[in-house]
Ligand binder design. Sequence first.
Ligand code: VGL
Ligand code: ZN
Length: 196
Amino acid sequence: MKALLIIDVQNDFLPGGALAVPHGDEVINYINRIQSNYEVVIATQDWHPANHKSFASQHRGYKVFDTITFNHVEQVLWPDHCVQQTVGAELSSSLNTHHIQAIFRKGIDVNVDSYSGFFDNNKMRNTGLHGFLQDKGVSEVHVCGLAADFCVHFTAMDALELGYKTAVVSKATKAIDKDAYMKKKEFFLQRGGIFI
Ligand code: VGL
Ligand code: ZN
């Protein structure tokens, strides 16, 4: 069984949003078109409390896109984004949600960021996504959505590590930082990931 994982197609990651991914809106039509090719379709939603520690606003003396270390992991400090119950956290109204069988929320723990749809960044907690896919008999996942260099990348890396045949859908993802994404792409390919 093959699953499509639609990562964080939320208003805050789209043009005009708090953490807008350049050209992020351009992936939506393509994602809508391919959904019917999959037996299983799920979505993730970045879902932060208003005082989430990944926000630069929570760290005196730091600004957006600075990097700090906490809980022994590197953390980029983001603008406030995808705050629970806000319009910015909603899935885009342009996304066809009819095929989506389940939505997995992440980044809920105030102290830990969660780029991957499977695990928190410190790998202490899982979202239930792996169990869901196992129950459905999924062996192959195709990952799309936003942003290519963060949540899509780390979801795809975890999928590989969990033993799924894993592809990133190139036409259905956009990066926050295209140049920095190059290195991450290499790493994904080295681990056995593919781009389709
Ligand atoms: C994301 C940065 C912070 C993403 C989420 O969805 O790629 N990036 N939170
Ligand atoms: Zn986030």
